[in-house]
Write a protein that binds this ligand. Structure first.
Ligand code: PEP
Ligand code: CO
Length: 451
């Protein structure tokens, strides 16, 4: 008899917390936590297990060198950011990037949004001090408010329920946009119309769009009109950080009787919560979704091999993605041994580059920023290392937005530190704006062509 209780296959929350769970908020009201968890457990899944399996198959193709992963979105989503314009703009830049990568590199692109759940942030410090006042650090809208007041910074578990609703609204819009005509390849020009005259990269994109248009017209003339021309499969992902949320959204799949975290298709473990004996690794070792682990510069090859053994004991292709984030100055020194030893151990994994989190610095004005050139340098290092080893550079993981923000310096618009104040909107890390994102796509497409 299959056992249908999730508790029979995954540890309960108290056991997880007892294992030592890093980066969890100190909720003052435990009854309110229980009430939020009860609510969450009663809600329907946000994604289906079968959709997670489909993504796993695509990531297996990435790990075999047959496809490329484009994963991108905000560092931290906000509840206020759940608007039609915001979601559409993010989707649009991802679709444009995917078109550039697919067309210029002739490689299938797996599209994975860093959205519909990316509401919780790990922090290097539990507290923040401003002008002599010390309050709990902002841990994302899933936990507390961004405003620097005591009332707003107290962790409120009701926010986890709000994460569910915000994620449902976002995912609903994404599904409507991607299957309801907006992502039709005939729209390649329309995604760009507001952009083409205002930027050089918009004009460059327009040339690609025209070539695609001609190809589509030809296909139509010969009577070919596959479904793939009209819709796009976009998956959702976020860092699985809040144990209450991820545990409540872990359900037994009725087809297979196996547990899936149905809060997103793909969830990852962050650099600060990847302890081998920690709660996050334990929880994600039990769910059947495709999962990722961020690997920073302190990761030894043995750490990575041990994580793979724990998280993917059957060594199933597509199950595990290693997202390396070494920093532009370190990747050429650190990545070769990591990749070489993990590969030599026979570990099946998709290698993906996060060129954002190793390249953050504080501008003299106090803004957290990243230089576009450092981002590109890390991606280039990633491609170079994989080319030298004969392994496949499987994808990129980017913090981006579809809007014209001024958060990262450099790029074709030559944003300078002085410009950061003009439109700095991120509540956490700086994101590439639309121009920078599309420029990155063109540069990565060139690297891919040579990979
Ligand atoms: C992130 O992806 O926003 C993040 C916090 O990354 P990392 O865990 O790699 O530091
Ligand atoms: Co970030």
């Amino acid at each position: 008899m299959p056992n249908t209780s999730p508790r029979a296959t995954i540890p309960d929350l108290a056991e997880l917390h007892a294992m030592g769970a890093a980066q969890q908020p100190a909720y003052p009201d435990t009854a309110a936590v229980d009430a939020a968890v009860t609510r969450l457990r009663s809600f329907p899944p946000l994604v289906f297990a079968g959709e997670c399996d489909r993504l796993k198959d695509k990531l297996a193709a990435v790990s075999r060198g047959e496809a490329f992963l484009l994963q991108g979105g905000d560092c931290a989503e906000t509840f206020d950011g759940v608007t039609a314009d915001n979601v559409r703009n993010k989707l649009r830049v991802l679709l444009q990037m995917a078109v550039v990568l697919t067309y210029a590199a002739s490689v299938p692109v797996v599209k994975l949004g860093r959205f519909a759940g990316q509401y919780a942030k790990p922090r290097s410090s539990d507290l923040e001090t401003r002008d002599g006042v010390t309050l709990p650090a902002y841990r994302g809208d899933a936990v507390n408010g961004y405003d620097f007041t005591e009332a707003s910074r107290i962790p409120d578990p009701q926010r986890l329920v709000e994460v569910y609703h915000a994620s449902a609204a976002t995912l609903n819009l994404v599904r409507a946009f991607t299957t309801g005509g907006y992502a039709d390849l005939r729209q390649v020009h329309a995604w760009n119309t507001d952009f083409v005259l205002s930027s050089a990269v918009g004009r460059r994109y327009e040339a690609v769009a025209s070539e695609i248009d001609r190809a589509l017209t030809f296909m139509q003339a010969i009577g070919a009109d596959p479904d793939e021309f009209h819709r796009v499969e976009m998956h959702s992902s976020h860092e699985a950080l809040m144990l209450e949320y991820e545990h409540s959204m872990t359900r037994i799949d009725s087809r297979t009787q196996l547990p899936y975290d149905v809060s997103a298709h793909f969830v990852w473990i962050g650099e600060r919560t990847r302890q081998l004996d920690g709660a996050h690794v334990e929880l994600l070792s039990r769910v059947r979704n495709p999962i990722g682990v961020k690997l920073g510069p302190t990761t030894t090859p043995d750490d990575a091999i041990a994580l793979a053994a724990r998280l993917n004991p059957d060594n199933e292709a597509g199950r595990l993605t290693f997202i390396t984030r070494m920093g532009a100055g370190k990747i050429n020194d650190l990545l070769p041994a990591l990749v070489e030893k993990v590969e030599a151990a026979g570990v099946q994994v998709a290698w993906v580059c996060d060129p954002m989190h190793g390249n953050t610095y504080e501008a003299s004005s106090g803004y957290k920023t990243r230089a576009f050139d450092d981002v590109i340098a890390e991606v280039q290092g990633f491609f170079d290392v994989h080319r030298a080893l004969g392994t496949w550079p499987g994808g990129v993981h980017i913090e981006l937005t579809g809007d014209d923000v001024t958060e990262c310096v450099g790029g074709g618009e030559e944003l300078a530190e002085i410009n950061l104040a003009e439109r700095y909107e991120s509540v956490c890390d700086p994101r590439l704006n639309r121009v920078q994102s599309l420029e990155l796509a063109f540069l990565v497409a060139e690297m891919l062509r040579k990979a």
